[in-house]
Design a protein around this ligand. Structure first.
Ligand code: NAD
Length: 473
């Protein structure tokens, strides 16, 4: 078989791999991109985008339920889930076609097949059109997939992972979700809004345990108001299909039954079976590839990005890492910094976080404090009938530098961007307080939280200002 030589090869066409390929092409290199499934990876085809298309439909249902409060009468609301699922498929198709066009416009050579290293600079591609490619620089971006656990035997009919759940065209009446992490909570919120009776079974004392305590508490409260049952400190030991439904057996002997079950207990990394040992790439026991801040592996010319290369399992981090890796592969010098990584959970209410929580800031030795402003006091939130939630800023008490921010509520996903920019640029609460924020907008929550931090809130009475929590050494 003839070997084709490229300047840069990228293994994996997800949100880590394709931006890397595009950047290398922009920098004038000949680029090969190897992808075994659909271009766009988990995010576009089986994760972020399809789930958000369904969630957007659920938001319409939510709004209709609120219509009466605006004096609007709506009768006979029914959800035709089959058609909502078709909307999701159309969005994915449209985005994928656009991405394929972008890749072609950048003159990137795409290899459809499963790529496996045969040496540090050579990849063998198996599939309908087998090929061997070589490149001095190779970026590994193979991602992750839902974790398979023998006690939870997926049949993809009744016992689902997030991929098979997204492919369903009917709505279950009753559903159990094992794992109250990001995926479990997003699906719980989505299905409950569409009318499914949802129970989350979570091993730890709280759901979304990686988030700040007050954020997790706010979501638990909102879930309870929406009828989502949250069982914490519950270890699911076994799931069995029984008749037309499923039974989950938990430690201590209790059982839970439902029509279907989603298992969302984490993901496993795609670093096995791709010949990394032949390339000499060091892989840790947990399946992760060790990289430095330039995304370089231990092998000269080989880079790794995305889920396989850091604890930040987020599409936008993968994309940023992909660009850093590509620039370094093309002779530039770029580095990754993780102090201002925004993270969004698309539940109802939405959650946006960036940087440090108060607990984390204190653990790191900062004399930190937090200043929180309730959405209830925002004109825009009241007008839109979305008064629940808050925005809070964590800052260094001595300098006012913003260390982190958390927001729970309407449009949190968009709001968090302002704080990511503030932290990236080492801004202080004073900078935010001096910035004119348009009125009436939800972004005023950041202005007000910053004013509150300085003891000068305009839209909260003085006694509340005194309650701005402060802690530190
Ligand atoms: P996760 O690790 O976030 O959550 C899994 C949860 O399952 C944990 O809370 C864990 O305690 C619980 N659990 C494990 N075993 C259990 C058992 N036997 N019984 C009951 N509970 C059990 O994993 P995930 O939700 O599957 O998400 C995977 C990754 O994908 C995460 O890193 C997440 O950040 C990422 N992701 C991000 C987004 C987003 O940014 N919006 C969306 C989806 C996924």
């Amino acid at each position: 078989m003839e070997k084709r030589k490229f300047d840069v090869a990228v293994l994996g066409g997800g949100p880590g791999g394709y931006p890397a390929a595009i950047r290398a092409a922009q920098l004038g290199k000949s680029v090969a991109l190897v992808e075994v499934k659909e271009m766009g990876g988990t995010c576009l085809n089986r994760g972020c985008i399809p789930s958000k298309a369904l969630i957007a439909g659920a938001e319409v249902v939510d709004r209709i339920h609120q219509a009466d409060a605006f004096g609007i009468q709506v009768k006979d609301v029914t959800v035709d889930y089959d058609r909502l699922a078709a909307h999701k498929d159309r969005v994915v198709e449209r985005m994928r076609t656009g991405l394929e066009g972008l890749i072609a416009a950048n003159k990137i050579t795409v290899f459809k097949g499963f790529g496996e290293f045969t040496g540090p600079h050579e990849i063998k591609i198996k599939g309908k059109e087998p090929a061997i490619i070589t490149a001095d620089k190779i970026i590994i971006a193979t991602g992750s997939e839902p974790r398979n656990i023998p006690a939870f035997p997926f049949d993809y009919e009744k016992i689902h992972d997030s991929t098979s759940l997204l492919a369903m065209t009917t709505l279950p009446k009753k559903m159990i979700i094992v794992g109250g992490g990001v995926i479990g909570c997003e699906f719980a919120s989505l299905y409950a809004t569409l009318g499914t009776d949802v129970t989350i079974l979570e091993l730890l004392p709280r759901i979304i345990s990686t988030e700040a305590q007050e954020v997790a508490q706010a979501l638990t409260k909102a879930f309870s108001k929406r009828g989502i049952k949250v069982e914490t400190n519950v270890k699911v030991e076994k799931i069995e299909r029984q008749g037309e439904g499923i039974t989950a057996y938990v430690e201590g002997g209790k059982t839970f039954t439902a029509d279907i079950c989603l298992v969302a207990v984490g993901r496993s990394l795609n670093t096995k079976g791709i010949g990394l040992e032949k390339a000499g790439v060091f892989v840790q026991d947990n399946g992760m590839i060790s990289v430095n801040e330039k995304m370089e592996t231990n092998v000269d010319g080989l880079y790794a990005v995305g889920d396989i290369a850091s604890k930040w399992w987020l599409a936008h981090v993968a994309s940023h890492q992909g660009i850093v890796a590509a620039e370094n592969a093309c002779g530039k010098s770029a580095r990754m910094f993780y102090n201002a990584v925004p993270s969004v959970i698309f539940t109802h209410p939405e959650i946006g976080t960036v940087g440090l929580s108060l607990e984390d800031a204190l653990k790191k030795g900062y004399k930190a404090k937090v200043s929180a402003f309730p959405f209830q006091a925002l004109g825009k939130a009241q007008a839109a009938l979305h008064p629940e939630g808050f925005a809070q800023v964590v800052m260094d008490e001595r300098t006012g530098q913003i260390l982190g921010a958390q927001v729970v509520g309407y449009e949190a996903s968009t709001l968090i961007a302002e704080m990511a920019l503030a932290i990236t640029n080492e801004l202080t609460v004073e900078c935010v307080a001096e910035t004119i924020h348009a009125h009436p907008t939800l972004a005023e929550a950041w202005l007000e939280a910053s004013l509150l931090a300085e003891g000068l809130p305009v839209h909260l009475p003085p006694p509340k200002a005194a309650k701005a929590r402060s802690a530190g050494k």
